[in-house]
Ligand binder design. Structure first.
Ligand code: XMP
Length: 178
């Protein structure tokens, strides 16, 4: 698996240090009350697990399955909600976590839905944000790292379901992306 990686973009120690400071930012912004955290599966799983264990606030964890990539390296342009039920967020403060902000369609679509469902407030956090023009006007409140516009894997991010368990974020060799 590691042989398929052309270069490591962000190593484990750097990610861990950044998560410490992101957790402090979240604690500072949400001083009271219980927060509902919504983790977008599967990409944000690793990031969220490591981040949330650092957040010293009462919180409930929910997960949502959404799909926009359908397995490859290009966004399909459509965001599908795959779950039968949607978390109960009416009147609640929500922290929405995703792995990466790319076209912005996913965060936009889920944020709109959370507001329709009556969330009192929605904050968004991503491990990575690609430095590019977005299809939707959206920005995350918490961003781990800004990266260039290239396809990355590891630390929860996949290519065709693989590489999520790499402990770092890296770029795939072109011959591995087939
Ligand atoms: P959008 O375009 O909606 O993208 O902002 C968000 C979702 O697209 C996936 N994505 C990636 N997955 N490497 C990946 O493994 C990437 O470089 C990448 N860029 C976007 C991801 O699922 C994210 O939630």
């Amino acid at each position: 698996m590691r042989n398929d990686i052309e270069r490591v973009l962000i190593d484990e120690a750097v990610i861990e240090k950044r998560l410490d400071s992101m957790a402090l930012e979240i604690e500072r912004d949400f001083p009271e009350g219980t927060l509902v955290v919504i983790i977008l599966l599967k990409g944000a799983l690793v990031f969220a697990a490591d981040l949330l264990r650092r957040v010293q606030r009462p919180l409930e964890i929910e997960c949502l399955n959404v799909a926009s990539y359908h397995g490859g390296t290009e966004s399909s342009g459509r965001v599908d909600f795959l779950d039968r039920n949607f978390p109960e967020v009416k009147g609640r403060h929500v922290l929405l976590l995703d792995d990466i902000l790319d076209t912005g369609r996913t965060l936009h679509a889920v944020t709109v839905r959370l507001k329709e469902e009556g969330a009192a407030g929605v904050h968004t956090g991503v491990l990575l944000a690609k430095d590019k023009e977005r299809a939707e006007e959206v920005d995350a409140d918490y961003i781990g790292f800004e990266i260039g516009d290239e396809f990355v894997v590891g630390y929860g991010l996949d290519y065709k379901g693989m590489y999520r368990n790499l402990p770092y974020v890296g770029v795939l060799k072109s011959e591995a992306a087939i």
